[in-house]
Design a binder for this molecule. Structure first.
Ligand code: HEM
Length: 405
């Protein structure tokens, strides 16, 4: 690093929970490969242009940092522990042929046909949760009442877990994702209970094949002559719960907040609900708080924007900054609910891109359709400046989304 090179403190500052950091525009234009200091004090490189972020994420040579990589740490040791420096990938095969094989197999579940088949069940869940929220009276926290439970119930349906056990999954997921609310002992106990529950579940599925994800994995992997072990099935179930719950829960809250904070957006959707699909995509693009940004560890030298980044560098891909790149999105700082095409990078890109994106999209569409239909008078119960951010590693969110109707 040259002596007078600028080092930015990361994450970058922002004005309100929904606003974009002012720095993004300058960085994209003038300093697309910026040096940043992470909360741990370690340095990394930050990419903010769409072409660079997409290019690096799609490069099959590189993956998320793993233990032993000597990558820049996100948080100092001892603050938030593994959840702060590791990520949801701990239970998912990491790289190489094993990872691709796992993806091919699990990816078979997320077909358009199956997503369409899940819609009626999801709509029913959304309707019931909204009715419960309404019966509790306004104001309510839409994130807690709808955002948090819906995706975990959907994952339970996907895994073939009966409805009466959903609350246990909700509790386990909360426990696996929280960095501070539970003691190590409690988390260890929760993990053991989850594993015990899931092994009973897998044994039952082996005996009586079913059409849910676990049933499909047992069948497909045996047909391909590479039957997954019980341990692999358990870690897949846990990986999907961890990857698919917090992300979607937060996105539901942020999407609704972004659409309500400017009433003309909500009214446009009420007038033309056929915009729901493109509005969901635009919410995914427009979100300024996608968490920390995806990290990649360079195992070889790479040239980006005329600079050689040496092997051993940790790069943070700034997806939300890339999602505002004017060279790809005309009027990038306007939320255009009809925008199409919309090649945002919110689900990542390349060999590690979000495997559950078809499911996440379906959930967001169902939530939005159902809210427009059931609660057309929905509005935020607080001004934008009172919304608070929570910064997660994979996806950031709002601590609460207070609403009334
Ligand atoms: C709005 C909600 C969601 C967002 C924003 C999101 C975002 C992402 C992103 C950015 C990645 C890439 C990580 C990387 O490259 O390091 C990812 C990976 C992944 N996501 Fe999602 N996700 C969402 C919902 C879901 C759901 C519902 C599921 C499944 C139930 C899921 C399953 C996965 C899995 C398994 C991976 C790992 C893929 C791999 O490593 O090959 N996600 N997600």
């Amino acid at each position: 690093m040259s002596q007078n090179e600028e080092v930015l403190s990361y994450p970058l500052p922002y004005d309100t929970a929904l606003s974009a950091p002012a720095e993004w525009e300058r960085l994209r234009a003038k300093c697309p490969v910026a040096t940043i200091e992470l909360p741990s004090g370690d340095h990394a490189k930050l990419l903010t242009r769409h072409e660079h972020v997409k290019g690096l994420l799609a490069d099959p040579r590189f993956a998320r940092p793993k233990a032993g990589d000597n990558a820049a740490r996100v948080a100092p040791e001892g603050t938030g522990g593994a959840a702060a420096n590791g990520d949801m990938a701990q239970t998912i095969p990491d790289r190489g042929e094993g990872h691709q094989q796992w993806r091919r197999l699990v990816g078979k579940y997320f077909t358009a046909k199956r997503m369409a088949a899940l819609r009626p069940g999801m709509t029913e869940i959304a309707e019931r949760l909204i009715a419960d929220m309404v019966s509790g009276g306004a104001p309510a926290d839409l994130k807690a009442d709808l955002g948090f439970p819906l995706p975990v119930y959907v994952i339970c349906d996907m895994l073939g877990v009966p409805a009466e056990d959903r609350h246990r999954f909700s509790h386990w997921s909360d426990m696996f994702l929280s960095t501070s609310r539970y003691s190590q002992e409690e988390t260890g106990k929760g993990l053991a209970e989850f594993m015990q529950y899931m092994s009973g579940h897998v044994t039952a599925k082996r005996a009586t094949p079913t059409d849910d994800l676990i049933g499909m994995l047992i069948r497909e992997s045996e047909e391909e002559g590479q039957g997954l072990t019980d341990a692999q099935l358990l870690s897949t179930a846990m990986g999907l719960l961890v990857a698919g719950h917090e992300t979607t829960a937060n996105m539901i809250g942020k999407m609704v907040a972004m659409l309500l904070v400017d009433r003309t957006r909500w009214e446009r959707l009420l007038a033309d609900p056929s915009l729901v699909r493109t509005a969901v995509e635009e919410s995914l693009r427009f979100d300024t708080n996608l968490g920390f940004g995806l990290r990649r560890y360079l195992t070889e030298d790479v040239d980006i924007d005329g600079q050689t980044l040496p092997a051993g560098t940790t790069v943070v891909c700034g997806m939300p900054a890339a999602n505002r790149d004017e060279s790809v999105f005309a009027g990038a700082d306007d939320m255009d609910l009809g925008r199409s095409p919309n090649p945002h990078l919110t689900f990542g890109a390349g060999p590690h891109s979000c495997l559950g994106q078809a499911l996440a999209r379906t959930e967001l569409q169902v939530v939005l359709e159902t809210l427009l239909r059931k609660l057309p008078t929905l509005e935020l119960a607080v001004p934008e400046r009172d919304l608070r951010r929570v910064e997660g590693l994979l996806v950031g969110g709002l601590s609460e989304v207070p609403v009334r109707w």
